[in-house]
Design a protein around this ligand. Sequence first.
Ligand SMILES: Nc1ncnc2c1ncn2[C@@H]1O[C@H](COP(=O)(O)OP(=O)(O)OP(=O)(O)O)[C@@H](O)[C@H]1O
Ligand SMILES: [Mg+2]
Length: 257
Amino acid sequence: MNPIIDIQNLDVAYGDNVVLESIDLQVQAGEFLAVIGPNGSGKTTLMRTILGLVDPLRGQVYVFGQQPGALGALRSRIGYVPQLMTVNFQFPVRVSDVVLMGRYGKLGLFHRPGRTDREATRRALEQVGMAELANRQIGQLSGGQRQRVIVARALVSNPDLLILDEPTTGTDAESTESLYELLHRLNDEEHLTIVLVSHDVGIVAQHVDIVACLNRRLVAHGRPAEILNSETLSCMYGDEAMLFGHGAIPHMIVERR
Ligand SMILES: Nc1ncnc2c1ncn2[C@@H]1O[C@H](COP(=O)(O)OP(=O)(O)OP(=O)(O)O)[C@@H](O)[C@H]1O
Ligand SMILES: [Mg+2]
């Protein structure tokens, strides 16, 4: 079976600054992959390359068998939750309108949303368990609820691949837990392929089956229990990093000098 994402020998640079080097990574249909790495390790750049927003310096990237720049209408098969998602929560707009905005890629800017769009909006809100709050003003939601609305917006084009860049930043443990529950349900029941970016090794190790550890290069790729060893961690976070089990929850400690 062809992978949904196929990255071969990829280098990416901003000007002279090479920020990703020799990346080989495949993501199969139905996979739930976490990409982890420290700040500045190239995680967002890798996602933007997959989306065709940044061009490779060298190597090949295929998404659904196409180069990202040539995805055309296939682009709507990818739902994207960018890092630091900017929704103006003070703006007086309803939850359903925020989700509907995710259809604009399909709609084109000057088309009025029709019944299919409203139906897709309703379904996306149902998928994230927010249907009852469809008419609520976006400013009147909790942080965790807002996050779900943003996920619904990425789901409204009915994608096969969902990419989330640090979706749990700034949310409490309970909302983080429930977001992972939601993502697992989408992955299991709706066969959505998921790529989630995080810098939080401990959280990811608990929740995701396969991780790719990035620090400019792909340091390791596989099951957390097999690859999250001291060698991998020191490649990402330096020699002072270590992971230890604390009950069922792994924690990472980075010693400061
Ligand atoms: N638009 C840009 N122009 C120039 N350099 C950039 C640009 N975006 C990112 N960089 C640089 O590329 C490197 C990788 O950045 P990137 O945002 O991909 O890292 P990241 O792993 O997502 O980090 P974080 O965990 O902080 O989100 C960094 O050194 C960053 O400064
Ligand atoms: Mg980032």
